[in-house]
Design a protein around this ligand. Structure first.
Ligand code: DGT
Ligand code: MG
Length: 596
C-alpha cells in the first residue's frame, strides 16, 4: 500500500483529535481529571496527621501533657483521618465512573464516525484497504485508544500529582532530604526514555501482525467454500498457525522488553527508602528532623517511588496507543476523492435517463494500462443499449463510470446532458438501478432485500418487481415466501435465483437508468426470455444498459456495442451488425450454429 493511494486529508495531532471527540463530555472529563488530582493530593493527608499525632501525643516534649489535657485535638486528628479517607474513597469512585463513561462516549462517537467514513468511501478505498484490516481498526485499535482515555491518562495524572504533591510536602518538611531523594529521578527518566525507543516499534509491528491475522481469518471464513473445494484446510490451518505464532512471538517480545528495563527501575525505586533510612537517620540524630517528620517521609516514600515504577507501564500503554491511534485516525480523517463538487447542480426531480460518453478514457489508479480509450456513444432516454465483448475488455469498468464509482481519466460522462462530476452523487445514484456482476444479498428476508433501496415499498409492489424479474414463482415455493431469510445465514439460493432477486432490487427503485451487468448469465434461456419480455413492458420510463453474452438478450436492443480492448469495435442494431459480418456476426453464428 503506498500512501499516495490513500485518500487521507491532513491529520491533526492526537490531542486535538481526542479533545474534538470529547465534545459534549469535555467538562465532565475535566471534572474527572480534577477529581483525580484532588484524590491524590489527599493521599498526603494521612501521613500529615500521623506526623502530627506522633509529634504531639507520642514523642514530642509535651506528649504526656497533651495526651492528658488536649484529648479533643487527639479526637479531631482521628476524626479528620477517618473523614478524609471516606471522602477520598467517594472521589475515587466518582472519578472512576467519569473516566469510564467519558471514554465510552468517545468510543461510541468515533465508532459511528468511522463507520460513516468507511460507508462513504469510494471504490479505490476498498481496493486499497483489506476488510480484516478495517475491522481491526474499528475494534482492537479503537479499544486501545479508549484504554488510553480511560486508564492511561488517569494513571498519568495520578502519578504526576502524587509525585509533585509529595515532593512539595517533602520540601516543606526538609528541603535537603527532599533534594537528596530527588537525585534518583533523572536516572529513572533516562531508563524510561530508552525503553520508549525500544518498545515503540514493537507495538507498531504487533499491531500489523494482529491486522494480518484478522485479515487471514476473515478471508478464510468468507472463502471457506473454496478452501473446502480444494481440500486446503490443512494448508490454511498451517498458514494461520504460522501467523498466530508470529503474533504470539511478537507479543511476547513486546512484553519482555519491559523486563529488560525493569531491574534498573526497581533498583532505583528501592534505593529511595534506603537513602531515606540512612540520611533521615543522620538528620534525626542531628536533631534536624523530628520522628514524626521521619514517619511522614517514610510513610510517603512510596508516593514518589510508585509513580516512577508506573512510568514503565504508562510508557508501554502510550506506545500501544500511538500505534493504534495512527491507524484509527487515518480512517477518521480520510476523505473520499469522489464527492460532490462545491458547485454541484441540484437536480431533485427524476432524471430523463440520457447517457452520453464523450471521448472517455479510463485507467485504474493502480493499473498500468488504460482500460478504456477514447470512447464515445449516446443512449437516448428509454433506449436499450446492449454491451458485448470478450472477458476483460472493460465492460464492467465502463458501466461503473455512470454512477461515478470511478473518475474518468479523460473525456466526459454525461447524464441528461450534465457531466456526472457536476451532479450530486446521491441524486445521480438514486436514479440508477444497478445489478452488479457479483451478487451480494443481505442477511435479511427476500422482501427486505428487494425493498433495499426503498424502505416504504408496499408488499404488492415487491411482488410485482419479483414478477418482472421472473423470481415470483420460486419465491412462492419457499417455506415462508417473501419472509424467508436469505443471505449468509439463511436459506441458500442458486446463482440464477440470486441474480433474479438482485434484478428485482435494482428495478424496485424505479430507476431512470437501469444497468445490468451480466445479470441473467446464470438463468436458463426460458426464464431469460421471460425477463427480457417484462423489461420491455416496465410501468415506468427507463433507459437500459445491459451487458450480456447471449444473442437472445442483445438482439432486441436499440443499439449493440461490441467492445474490444477498451475500444468500440462495432456498434449498431442486430441486423446492421449481422450485415457487417464482423465479431458480432461470428458470435451469432457460434450461438445459433450458423443458422442465421
Ligand atoms: P468480464 O466481466 O469478465 O466479462 O470482463 P469486463 O469486460 O467486465 O472487464 P472489467 O471491466 O472488469 O476489467 C477490464 C480490465 O480492467 C481488466 O484487464 C481487469 C482490469 N480491472 C478490473 N477491475 C480492476 C481494478 O479494480 N483495479 C485494477 N487495477 N484493474 C482492474
Ligand atoms: Mg465484468
Amino acid at each position: 500500500m503506498d500512501s499516495t493511494s490513500k485518500a487521507t486529508a491532513s491529520i491533526p495531532s492526537r490531542v486535538t483529535w481526542v479533545w474534538t471527540n470529547l465534545k459534549g463530555k469535555r467538562a465532565f472529563y475535566c471534572l474527572g481529571i480534577m477529581g483525580s488530582i484532588t484524590f491524590n493530593v489527599m493521599q498526603l493527608t494521612i501521613p500529615f496527621f500521623v506526623a502530627k499525632l506522633i509529634d504531639t501525643f507520642i514523642d514530642g516534649e509535651n506528649a504526656a501533657y497533651n495526651l492528658e489535657h488536649n484529648r479533643n485535638l487527639f479526637y479531631f486528628y482521628i476524626a479528620a483521618m477517618v473523614g478524609l479517607t471516606l471522602i477520598r474513597t467517594m472521589i475515587v469512585y466518582g472519578t472512576g465512573m467519569i473516566f469510564e463513561s467519558a471514554s465510552q462516549w468517545f468510543l461510541y462517537k468515533i465508532r459511528n464516525e468511522l463507520y460513516d467514513k468507511v460507508q462513504r468511501q469510494d471504490m479505490n478505498f476498498y481496493n486499497t484497504y483489506r476488510t480484516g484490516d478495517l475491522m481491526t481498526r474499528m475494534t482492537g485499535d479503537l479499544d486501545a485508544v479508549r484504554h488510553m482515555i480511560a486508564w492511561v491518562i488517569k494513571t498519568i495524572i495520578e502519578s504526576v500529582t502524587l509525585y509533585a504533591a509529595t515532593m512539595v510536602y517533602f520540601f516543606f518538611m526538609d528541603w535537603q532530604l527532599a533534594l537528596i531523594l530527588l537525585i534518583i529521578s533523572p536516572l529513572i527518566f533516562i531508563v524510561i526514555l530508552k525503553f520508549r525507543k525500544d518498545v515503540g516499534p514493537k507495538h507498531a509491528l504487533l499491531r500489523e501482525k494482529l491486522s494480518g491475522l484478522n485479515t487471514n481469518a476473515q478471508e478464510n471464513i468468507s472463502g471457506n467454500r473454496v478452501v473446502k473445494a480444494f481440500a486446503r484446510e490443512k494448508y490454511e490451518m498451517e498458514k494461520f498457525d504460522q501467523g498466530n505464532k508470529e503474533y504470539s512471538e511478537t507479543n511476547k517480545k513486546t512484553a519482555l522488553t519491559w523486563l529488560k528495563y525493569y531491574p534498573a527501575i526497581e533498583t532505583f525505586a528501592n534505593l529511595m527508602p534506603i537513602i531515606l533510612l540512612v540520611v533521615g537517620g543522620i538528620f534525626i540524630i542531628n536533631g534536624r528532623l523530628t520522628k514524626g517528620e521521619f514517619a511522614a517521609f517514610s510513610g510517603l516514600i512510596w508516593a514518589i517511588a510508585n509513580p516512577m515504577r508506573n512510568l514503565g507501564s504508562i510508557m508501554n500503554e502510550f506506545q500501544r496507543f500511538k500505534a493504534a491511534s495512527a491507524k484509527v485516525m487515518e480512517i477518521y480523517y480520510s476523505e473520499p476523492k469522489i464527492k460532490d463538487a462545491p458547485n454541484a447542480v441540484d437536480r431533485p426531480d427524476r432524471f430523463k435517463g440520457k447517457v452520453e460518453f464523450k471521448n472517455v478514457s479510463f485507467k485504474y489508479e493502480d493499473g498500468k494500462l488504460p482500460v478504456l480509450e477514447n470512447l464515445s456513444f449516446t443512449v437516448e432516454p428509454g433506449e436499450t443499449l446492449a454491451i458485448m465483448g470478450e472477458t476483460g475488455c472493460g465492460k464492467t469498468s465502463l458501466i461503473h463510470l455512470i454512477p461515478r464509482f470511478y473518475e474518468v481519466t479523460g473525456g466526459q460522462v454525461l447524464v441528461d446532458g450534465t457531466d456526472v462530476r457536476e451532479l450530486k452523487l446521491q441524486q445521480l445514484r438514486k436514479n440508477i438501478g444497478l445489478a452488479t456482476q457479483e451478487v451480494l444479498l443481505y442477511s435479511d428476508t427476500i422482501d427486505g432485500n428487494i425493498a433495499y433501496g426503498d424502505d416504504h415499498l408496499p408488499k404488492n409492489e415487491v411482488v410485482k418487481f419479483a414478477r418482472y424479474s421472473a423470481a415470483s414463482d420460486f419465491i412462492a415455493k419457499m417455506p415462508e415466501g417473501y419472509d424467508t431469510i436469505i443471505g449468509e445465514r439463511g436459506v441458500g439460493l442458486s446463482g440464477g435465483q440470486k441474480q433474479r432477486i438482485s434484478l428485482a432490487r435494482a428495478l424496485a427503485i424505479r430507476p431512470a437508468i437501469l444497468i445490468l451487468d451480466d445479470t441473467t448469465s446464470a438463468v436458463d434461456m426460458e426464464t431469460e426470455k421471460e425477463i427480457q419480455e417484462s423489461l420491455k413492458h416496465l410501468d415506468f420510463p427507463c433507459t437500459k444498459i445491459i451487458i450480456a453474452q447471449r444473442i437472445s438478450t442483445t438482439k432486441n436492443a436499440d443499439k449493440i456495442m461490441v467492445l474490444k480492448d477498451g475500444h468500440i469495435l462495432e456498434m449498431g442494431t442486430h441486423e446492421e451488425l449481422i450485415e457487417k459480418k464482423g465479431y458480432y456476426r461470428s458470435i451469432v453464428d457460434l450461438q445459433t450454429g450458423g443458422e442465421q
